[in-house]
Design a binder for this molecule. Structure first.
Ligand SMILES: [Zn+2]
Length: 633
């Protein structure tokens, strides 16, 4: 990778936070299934959430921000996936021990110091994703490490916590959540913010992913979530949520660093211009009584307003690009949108969107705009517009001082967008419904004596033990099929490479045709098929078709082979068929002699494919041709 940014000089610092769902039988504090559902909800619960003070009497910044928005929520509940614990109508049950043990395994794999007691805490979250207005979480261990080529990275904390409810979108003007995900056990792994290079962050994320996959964790989309804290010198700590794939991580860091560099440039320019943000909001809808702008005319005709503010010294900077394709104006708009408006209009992009030069000039005149000044317009219902502009004012004022500390969302193009302010530490308080639990040293020692084999170790071992290629070993590990592979190898004498490639590639193809291949393992049908091969009842070439037949008709491997006419035939039968081919192709043999071998082999294999060994067919055919040519000389 081309590394054209001097991250060290920029003072780049990164920390990782990884959330991994566990694959336990029950949820963390109730006996419900840890599965998501798409079924119709059994009933709905309606809730309002408000921020509360922390133990120290402070109100969390992020919670306060949420409370300024509408906070009525609908929750979907289900018979098997949710109970009264999820809807916060019943106290939590005792802590899930299976989840705690998985946490202890991960803590041990990262060489962390495990605490003597597990204390369940409440972390305030009032965006609606938790019915009680808090998430239950507890610290298992601290101070572990992961080694990378760029140096050692400290694993600060490992927490066991509840996953949040799933956000489903708006319904009847309220935010709807599904309760199925709420309470699924989650491990939260936090590194220190010492990583100085994107490659290092990627490496740590990869290694932690490997450790997690050596235990009972959920697999697939959405089951692991990575957040990245990024800051540069003179910038600010920004938490980027939902970094999906490790490959785009370097690009994402680069774009965030660019954003912070540009915001610092904007700050310096604003300071040198002695820029100022005016807090007065003005309704200028009279100016737009005949406007061609659809958004503005719709707002005016439905009883809304066209509010504007003056930003002294901001001209030219709002239109400045801060991330690829995203301007400083996009940052301001991000804050406004959180209050429910569709967006903002700003000086640097006008006239446009149906807003005319005359209208721009009229607003300029009204606000007494000078040549370095800018204005922002928002057209919507009054309350929404006012709240949106107050947010723009807040963001614009910050721009005069610093890069704001924010939580941002990772976008698919490796850019980020504003989500909410960074939470402060004032959001933890004690969960009084659950007693502290002692973590016994005996249990910990037992766990440490029986740590699982890591995927990388597993791969190296099966390559060595079975003589597998790196590709096949990789496939088996990645598809989580090493155990099944080894079960077959214990009982059968088939070639390891054939078994591995059947599991890795043949089954993948069969799966693509819509069959559920896991049944083959559950019913030992894969082993049966290999047994037919050992007994020389079917050939190697017949294996895929036999397996498909087994799945299609739900029958034994032998029955499938018979039904598909794939059972091997005896050497005499093969010879009979070959003799027939030779005797009916006298003309060809007469013309081409030995040169006819290729054509005849093609005919023989067409008839005998998968029912006889190719080498045998080749040998017998060669002999028969020689005999024929000799007799007819
Ligand atoms: Zn439950």
């Amino acid at each position: 990778m081309v590394d054209y940014m001097d991250y060290e000089k920029l003072g780049l610092k990164m920390g990782l936070e990884i959330h991994q769902q566990l694959n336990t039988k029950k949820k963390l504090f109730c006996p419900c299934a840890c599965e998501l559902t798409d079924k119709k909800p059994l009933y709905h619960v309606l809730r309002n959430l408000r921020p509360t003070q922390s133990e120290l009497g402070k109100i969390d910044r992020a919670a306060f921000e949420e409370s300024r928005r509408k906070s009525e929520f609908i929750y979907d509940a289900y018979p098997y996936h949710t109970c009264l614990v999820e809807s916060d109508d019943e106290p939590p049950h005792p802590l899930n021990q299976e989840a705690l043990e998985i946490g202890l395994i991960i803590a041990s794999l990262m060489k962390m110091q495990v605490f003597d007691e597990f204390h369940t805490m409440r972390k305030q979250v009032i965006d609606g994703s938790n019915t009680g207005g808090f998430q239950r979480t507890g610290l298992i261990a601290s101070k572990g490490y992961i080694d990378t080529p760029h140096g050692r990275v400290i694993i600060e904390n490992l927490c066991l916590e509840e996953d949040a409810a799933r956000r489903m979108g708006q319904r009847k003007g309220k935010m709807e959540f599904r309760l199925d995900r709420l309470g699924i056990p989650l491990l939260e792994i936090t590194t220190d913010p010492s990583m100085k290079h994107p490659e290092q962050a990627r490496d740590v994320a990869h290694q932690i992913g490997q450790l997690l996959r050596s235990t009972r964790v959920k697999r697939g989309l959405g089951t692991i979530r990575q957040d990245l804290n990024i800051s540069i010198k003179d910038g600010a700590r920004v938490e980027v949520k939902g970094v999906q794939d490790l490959d785009s991580m370097a690009k994402l860091v680069e774009n965030e660093v660019k954003r912070q560099i540009n915001l610092i440039k904007i700050k310096n320019e604003l300071q040198s211009r002695k820029a100022q943000v005016y807090e007065e909001l003005h309704d200028v809808k009279e100016i737009f009584s005949d406007t061609k702008s659809k958004i503005i005319s719709k707002a005016v005709s439905t009883g809304g307003v066209v509010l504007t503010i003056k930003l002294e010294g901001f001209k030219g900077l709002i239109g400045m690009e801060v991330q690829p394709g995203r301007r400083f104006g996009t940052e301001l708009a991000g804050y406004a949108k959180k209050m429910g408006v569709a967006g903002i209009f700003h000086t640097d992009e006008l006239p446009a969107y149906g807003i005319s030069q005359e209208e721009v000039e009229a607003v300029n005149k009204f606000l007494e705009i000078d040549k370095e000044d800018a204005f922002i317009l928002v057209a919507d219902m009054e309350e929404k517009s006012r709240k949106a502009l107050l947010e723009v004012i807040r963001r614009a004022k910050t721009a005069l001082e610093a890069v704001p500390e924010e939580t941002r969302r990772a976008l698919e193009d490796a850019n980020t967008e504003y989500l909410r302010p960074l939470p402060t530490a004032s959001r933890m308080y004690v969960e009084t419904d659950i007693p502290a639990q002692t973590i016994s040293r005996a249990l910990l020692e037992d766990i440490r004596a029986n740590l699982p084999e890591l995927p990388s170790e597993k791969k190296a071992r099966i390559m060595e033990q079975y003589g597998l290629s790196e590709d096949l070993a990789n496939q088996l590990v990645r598809r989580d099929k090493v155990e099944q592979f080894e079960d077959i190898m214990v009982n059968s004498k088939v070639d390891a490479t054939l078994v591995a490639s059947t599991i890795s590639y043949t089954l993948k193809e069969i799966e693509r045709d819509g069959y559920l291949v896991d049944k083959l393992f559950a019913n030992n049908q894969l082993e049966e098929t290999f047994q037919l091969l050992i007994d020389e009842k079917v050939s190697k070439d017949a294996v895929p078709q036999v397996l498909m037949g087994v799945l299609r008709d739900n029958i034994s491997a032998e029955d499938a082979a018979k039904k598909l006419n794939l059972m091997m035939i005896s050497e005499e039968q093969v010879l009979d068929i070959i003799k027939k081919i030779v005797s009916t192709n006298g003309k060809l043999l007469h013309e081409r002699g030995q040169g006819a071998m290729g054509s005849l082999m093609g005919m023989a294999m067409k008839e005998l494919k998968a029912k006889a060994d190719g080498q045998l067919v080749n040998k017998l055919l060669r002999e028969e041709i020689q005999k024929y040519l000799h007799q007819n000389e």
